[in-house]
Design a protein around this ligand. Structure first.
Ligand SMILES: *Cc1c(COP(=O)(O)O)cnc(C)c1O
Length: 392
């Protein structure tokens, strides 16, 4: 017996259960089509909602920034790694979101890891939606606060948990995803806000899948619901609709100032590079210039979803361009994904533990980059595979 045998056994177990994650290799820029493992396929997998990941304006901005500023930050931001580009990006993001201030991080994941432990500690309580993203869960754990899950998208369950528990703690915070990435449903933020108001709790929303998607010109879930000034902390990412990489926390100036002092990934890990920051600024320029890409995204999503439903697929509870195709057991979802790939469509199967047991699915990510012919081709592949596997 070697001391790593248990790992081999666990890995074999995953393979037998159809839960082993086989990661494919991309050999092209992100776009409506990708070269995956050497094969050209229609891309239904990426979070590249607006097609910005390989947009000429972003690429040019990154190239110029690399030429002017080089490629590495060479220090954490609090020592020698903050450039005028980082500060400009934060100012522009705050203006875009209509908040007092913003701070950027390496990723949305680290934004959550920074924010939750800065705002609550072991005398405190976090009320967290049961289906929140892994980075929220990890941030909650890292904070040392008591974590109490409330039922998914259920403000009444939230209030019950608050009533039953809040008095035993110093302070409380409520945290929810804005758009839930596995189902594409939207948090009922106005109702959640009312509850947080009633009990004077901090409200934090992770809008990773809402930015560039929801609200006027992609300003996110707070704009979508007209809740400006009411949500204390908005976490976001520049790796999805923005097409680049990086995380952001936007909100009240005092909270952002505190994160510059106490956000550990800000203090102890280097920031995104100057080319990243410049590309994010170029993405903001595009979003502020025109709503065309956001409008195209929604038009594509509506078309695709309606046609999938006509074919007889169950697209779950999605209210956004995220389109889950519910299949049940993980092995079926994996087989479906493999057959789609053979048919020239790249769409990932998601199984436990990414989604609950028995709720395996293919998740289709629609993008503004898809042409009508792309959508048509994707639908045809779903029809063929769905019939072959007896799903429709
Ligand atoms: C994708 C995602 C993240 C992580 O964002 P990265 O920038 O890729 O680290 C965080 N929260 C939610 C809700 C997400 O969907």
């Amino acid at each position: 017996m070697s001391k790593t045998d248990w790992i081999s056994q666990e890995l074999d177990g995953l393979k037998q259960a159809g839960l082993y994650n086989r990661i494919r290799t991309i050999g092209s820029p992100q776009g409506a089509w990708l070269v995956v493992d050497g094969k050209k396929v229609l891309n239904f997998c990426s979070n590249n909602y607006l097609g910005l990941a390989n947009h000429p304006a972003l690429v040019a901005a990154a190239q110029n920034a690399a030429a002017e500023m080089g490629v590495g930050p060479a220090a954490v931001r609090s020592i020698a790694g903050t450039t005028s580009l980082h500060l400009e990006l934060e100012k522009r993001l705050a203006a875009f979101k209509g908040v007092e201030a913003a701070i950027t991080f390496q990723s949305g994941f680290t934004a959550n890891l920074a924010t939750l432990p800065a705002l609550v500690g072991k005398e405190d309580v976090i009320f967290s939606d049961r289906l929140n993203h892994a980075s929220i869960i990890d941030g909650c754990r890292l904070s040392g606060a008591k974590i109490i899950a409330y039922e998914h998208n259920d403000p009444q369950s939230l209030e019950e948990q608050i009533r039953a528990n809040l008095s035993q703690f110093r302070r409380g915070l409520v945290v929810t995803d804005g758009v839930f990435s596995m189902d594409g449903d939207i948090a009922p933020l106005p109702d959640i806000y009312e509850v947080t108001q009633k009990y004077d709790l901090l409200l934090m929303v992770d809008d990773a899948h809402g930015e560039g998607v929801l609200g006027a010109g992609g300003r996110g879930i707070v704009d979508h619901f007209g809740l400006h000034g009411k949500v204390d902390v908005e976490v976001g990412t520049m790796s999805k609709a923005f097409g680049v990489v990086g995380g952001v926390v936007a909100g009240k100036a005092v909270i952002i100032e505190w994160l510059r002092q106490r956000g550990r990934p800000f203090l102890f890990s280097s920031a995104v590079t100057a080319p990243d920051a410049a590309a994010c600024l170029a993405a903001l320029d595009l979003l502020e210039d025109s709503t065309q890409l956001v409008d195209q995204l929604w038009a594509n999503a509506r078309t695709f979803k309606a046609e999938m439903q006509k074919l007889g697929f169950n697209t779950g509870a999605s209210q956004t361009p995220i389109t889950p195709v519910m299949l049940g057991e993980a092995p079926l979802a994996q087989q479906f994904s493999r057959e789609l790939f053979e048919a020239g469509v790249f769409a990932m199967a998601l199984g436990f533990p990414t989604v609950p047991q028995g709720k395996a699915r293919i998740r289709v990510m629609i993008s503004a980059a898809h042409s009508p012919a792309d959508l048509e081709q994707g639908l045809e592949a779903f029809r063929t595979v769905g019939k072959k596997l007896g799903v429709i």
